[in-house]
Design a protein around this ligand. Structure first.
Ligand code: FAD
Length: 410
């Protein structure tokens, strides 16, 4: 088959890897408008479920992702006027730049052609292909070109957010809420290598305007945010990539849905088909799981139209609960000031329950982990679990010492 992927993000590159693994005879080209090694965004978080899938579909790239990922072991919640609280839970983070580097390298090893600085402006410009995968992100040009057919809808969320980086390395996943004269403003931050953390700032639009972000450029906006969050940054800078190209990175999240995902031999995948609010940190995972499902559907040997329909049904069913959780979660942040007067522990509990799916056993566990002895036990349990997972990893050749199963730095 001749396959063209438009977009070299996690979805496009991972699909190219899996399709080539399924049939080395496929001729696969990935078109990416950016130069090699250039991307937007900072680190992304993910959990065991994605790692398990990655090891199942391609142990080689999974091993590299795992080795480059950083693990964090709890959530820390800081809010003006409240003592710091801790919530149980662990996860992983990885720089988007490093993730794409791993996937591009793996794709090239398998014989995929990646054409950088190659921006598609119109589908009719493409050379003939049996399958065109539109993995060109949330603002997909291909989806827009056939907007009516795909039945795409874009809903713009109310809050303002900006995706920044910082050279302050946070100890763990940290939520920080600051009360200013203009209202509450907060960050979600986590380390993703030994030099850098992701730092996403969010606030209501009235607070954003009252703080002057509607007029400040990227550099002055960062300075203002550094002042607001000074006590969390240890004197380190916030970095907005937009400072180099003008404008600022402040945005409103765009929730994309599409009624249909295929049109002849063209199929949507990843953010071009659906976006999921960053408040639950799952968009990359869902994009890569789309790639897994599409590669399997194509490899089934069924008629292409049947395969694409099966892919769409399978993925829409899998997405639904996470999209509900993402909606509930972003709505919680839109109403955040209503929770601000809660005492520290109840505030943290409300935050962790924002997805609307927090089971009672986790609440009990959370309350228990406020106790230092219980927290120590929990750490031991997590270490044992990591050690046992390292032993259980399928088809991998890594050898890691107990307690070092997941390296801490990229
Ligand atoms: C603030 C924020 C934080 C996030 N945090 C997380 C997180 O912690 N965990 C997580 O799992 N997800 C997170 N996400 C979501 C995640 O970034 C996306 O869901 C994911 O990148 C989707 O992958 P994709 O490959 O579908 O699209 P993209 O990553 O957007 O890739 C699309 C690619 O297509 C290229 N392209 C676009 N148009 C064209 C064209 N016409 N021609 C050629 N190339 C083109 C682009 O340059 C890009 O490289 C976050 C998102 C945001 C906004």
């Amino acid at each position: 088959m001749r396959i063209t992927c438009v977009g070299g993000g996690p979805a496009g590159l991972y699909f190219a890897v899996l399709a080539k693994l399924a049939d080395p005879g496929h001729e696969i080209t990935v078109l990416e408008r950016n130069p090699a090694g250039v991307t937007w965004g900072w680190g992304v978080v993910f959990w065991d479920d994605l790692l398990d899938d990655l090891f199942r579909y391609d142990p080689v790239s999974a091993e590299r992702i795992w080795e480059s990922a950083r693990q964090w072991d709890e959530y820390e919640v800081r809010a003006t006027g409240k003592p710091v609280t801790h919530l149980a839970g662990y996860g992983f983070s990885l720089g988007r730049h490093r993730l794409l580097e791993i996937l591009a390298e793996r794709a090239a090893e398998l014989g995929v052609r990646i054409s950088y600085r190659d921006e598609l402006t119109d589908l009719s410009d493409l050379p003939p292909a049996d399958l065109v995968v539109a993995c060109d992100g949330a603002r997909s040009r291909i989806r827009e070109q056939y907007a009516e057919h795909f039945g795409a809808e874009v809903e713009v969320a109310r809050n303002k957010y900006i995706w920044l980086g910082t050279t302050h390395v946070f100890d763990t996943f940290t939520f920080g809420f600051e009360k200013t004269e203009a209202g509450w403003i907060w960050f979600h931050a986590y380390p993703f290598n030994d030099r850098t953390s992701t730092f996403i700032v969010e606030c209501q639009p009235s607070t954003w305007a009252a703080l002057g972000f509607d007029t400040l450029d990227a550099r002055d906006g960062c300075v203002k945010l550094q002042e607001i969050f000074a006590e969390h940054l240890n004197g380190k800078a916030l970095i907005d990539h937009r400072a180099e190209v003008g404008g600022t990175g402040w945005l409103n999240f765009r929730r994309v849905t599409a009624h249909r995902w295929d049109h002849g031999n063209v199929v949507l995948m990843g953010d071009s088909a659906h976006t999921t609010h960053f408040a639950i940190g799952s968009g990359t995972k869902l994009a890569m799981q789309d790639a897994m499902a599409l590669a399997e559907a194509v490899a089934s040997g069924d008629d292409l139209a049947v395969a694409l329909e099966r892919y769409e049904h399978r993925r829409k069913a899998a997405l639904a609960p996470l999209q509900r959780a993402a909606r509930a979660s972003s709505a919680w942040f839109e109403r955040m000031p209503e929770y601000a007067d809660l005492p520290a522990k109840r505030f943290s509990y409300a935050l962790s329950n924002r997805r609307g799916e927090y089971p009672m056993w986790r609440f009990v566990l959370h309350m228990a982990t406020q106790n230092i002895v219980a927290r120590t036990l929990l750490r031991w349990t997590l270490s044992a679990r990591r050690w046992s997972r390292a032993r259980r990893r399928p088809n991998t050749s890594h050898s890691v010492a107990a307690g070092q199963a997941i390296p801490n730095t990229a």
